[in-house]
Design a protein around this ligand. Structure first.
Ligand SMILES: NC(=O)c1ccc[n+]([C@@H]2O[C@H](COP(=O)([O-])OP(=O)(O)OC[C@H]3O[C@@H](n4cnc5c(N)ncnc54)[C@H](OP(=O)(O)O)[C@@H]3O)[C@@H](O)[C@H]2O)c1
Length: 314
């Protein structure tokens, strides 16, 4: 397949380009800094990049300002606007194509669901967030971003193209600079204990399963609309970190307590919401459609990731 990936230079893009290319697919990455003028865009304007979409077998849009930043007004606004602008531009490119791609997978996030310690959210019964009484009010902004992002996909006038919103959990791969690399940095410095009490659920996905799930979605024409891309076994942060420490050979891990967490997040230019929010999300639609995860449990995924992280070529 010829698969076009706007925003494919980032963490998920690297995992996908590698995984899809290894499986023999022809992948083109659209980005703001590429040397190839035929694949360069600014994230919002029409341009020669439209031609790359015309006749492609699939578009997987991952573009958007990184969410790993301090959540002040300017960054939140950039997170929102870059997602609306890029998704809208992709919709216009598909609408303008003489041969529109039959399928468009659009990144979204498992953060769209409410913070919960109760039943897991699937696509059918899950409760969207934004109105939880027991969380900081600014957390609602991430939910608004995700809703606006999915609305752009929904409203795009692309009748010949099937549209899927990928509600992604934290995707774990050995690549430098990714979430897993950052967790290993913490664990190896003795900081791999529970974060902020450790009761909050972590919804995660192994990078190999991301690639496999993307291909499954591309090849399953019955699936349209929102799809949770998370492993079927979200677990409490305390257990998540303990399992990672076990496989990383670091039995002891200092807990990161409230107060420390805010200072640490400020120092590394990010926001505690990313790790404090309890995301208990399960892949209802993928499971019902028969998708088999290669790493359904965090124990299996962590063992594999620690091994591949240690030998990852840098
Ligand atoms: N990583 C995860 O575990 C995870 C979990 C849930 C949801 N997601 C979502 O999935 C998408 C991909 O995740 P990722 O981790 O690969 O993100 P990432 O590493 O931040 O990469 C996103 C890409 O978007 C492009 N970009 C950045 N700012 C932009 C802007 N203002 N306008 C247009 N493009 C811009 C960049 O490509 P160029 O610089 O080449 O243009 C960048 O490489 C993101 O939207 C993210 O929110 C990711």
């Amino acid at each position: 397949m010829r698969i076009v990936i706007p925003g494919g230079s980032g963490q998920l893009g690297q995992v996908m380009v590698r995984g899809l290319t290894e499986r023999g697919h022809d992948v083109a990455v659209i980005g703001r800094h590429t040397d190839d003028p035929a694949l360069r865009w600014d994230g919002h304007s029409d341009g020669p990049w439209f031609a790359a979409i015309d006749g492609a077998d699939a578009v997987v849009n991952l573009a958007g300002r990184s969410v790993s930043c301090r959540y002040h007004w300017r960054n939140l606004n950039e997170m929102m606007q870059s997602r609306i602008d890029s998704a809208t531009a992709v919709g216009r490119a598909i609408a303008a194509a003489r041969t529109p791609p039959p399928v468009w997978l659009q990144a979204s996030t498992a953060s769209i669901y409410a913070h919960t310690h109760g039943p897991a959210h699937d696509e059918q019964h899950g409760i969207l967030g934004g109105t939880e009484p027991d969380v900081p009010a600014y957390w609602g902004y991430s939910v608004s971003i995700a809703r606006a992002w999915e609305m752009c996909l929904h409203q795009a006038d692309t009748p010949q193209t099937r549209k899927v919103a990928m509600r992604l959990g934290f995707t774990m791969s050995p690549d430098p600079g990714g979430v897993f690399d950052w967790l290993m940095w913490m664990v190896r410095r003795g900081l791999g204990g529970p974060f902020y009490g450790g009761d909050q659920f972590v919804s995660w996905l192994h990078g190999d399963d991301l690639v496999r799930a993307v291909l499954f979605l591309l090849e399953t024409p019955e699936i349209e609309g929102p799809v949770n891309l998370t492993a079927p076994t979200p677990l409490a942060n305390r257990d998540f970190m303990q399992t990672l420490r076990k496989h990383a050979g670091a039995p002891l891990g200092l807990p990161v307590l409230p107060g420390m967490a805010e200072i640490g997040a400020w120092l590394i230019d990010t926001d505690v919401e990313l790790l404090r929010k309890s995301r208990r999300v399960v892949p209802g639609r993928l499971t019902t459609a028969g998708f088999q995860f290669s790493h359904p449990t965090w124990g299996s995924a962590a063992r594999d990731l620690v091994r591949s992280w240690a030998t990852f070529p840098v």
